[in-house]
Design a protein around this ligand. Sequence first.
Ligand code: PAF
Length: 282
Amino acid sequence: MQIFHHIASLRDALKTERLAGKRIGFVPTMGNLHAAHIELVKQAQQTNDIVVCSIFVNGLQFGLNEDWDKYPRTFEADCQRLRDAGCDFLFHPDDREMYPNGMDTQTRVICPTMTDVLCGASRPGHFEGVTTVVTKLFNIVQPDEAVFGVKDFQQLAVIRRMVEDLCMPVQITAGTIHREADGLAMSSRNGFITPEERPRANQLNKSLNWVAGQIRDGRRDFELLESEARAQIEAAGFRVDYLTVSDSRTLNPAAVDDTEITILGAMYTSGARLIDNVSVEL
Ligand code: PAF
């Protein structure tokens, strides 16, 4: 695996591959890679000749009181995992390479819908940071296809919308959610769950699945379902950020005749904010 810290050298290497007719797949990450990231790399390998992974903990998408400084940085272990997975290129820029004029004056990419609800409501500016850095990464890598995990359902929806609105020539592919044996969605933030909380940390997933089951069984009283599920999570000792039954496409509250529904949730453990979602097709 070749490692690049600079945009110019990555571009040179990719130009050679592109001229040789190779199709480029891309998996953007913030590192601290786990099995779910590696599955995204493997997914990208199936439909591309060259796979590029990026590791960049993007300060622009973290709020002032968020965990940018304590976000786990495990570069050597990440490299080993990517090598073992057969990843071709790794892009690992520093802040100066990505934001040479500073973050404050960086030109932004703003998606005006879907970004101030759910995760966007409790993380103002987060999606602007994501769409801006993903646009920059797309411009640097110019991939034919980019693969994003569906655990970040809202992020995936926002990126799809951005790509459509800005006519970006890249195919966006959703990777599946990978879970621990008890249903907890794999996440770089799971390392912040305490051993005492860990046996109960799958409650978010349990409650989302419970709501999905109730909907499949015919219930359409979504607001009541949401508050019942919230109560389950609180009873397990966690604070709920949001739990909503949403239209999968628009992320608006689901209507009773919707046929594609996603139940999305976020909850706080003592050290981490965890997100998850479950989709239902009726
Ligand atoms: O999902 C992530 O890890 C990040 O939001 C992304 C897409 C790499 C942008 O920084």
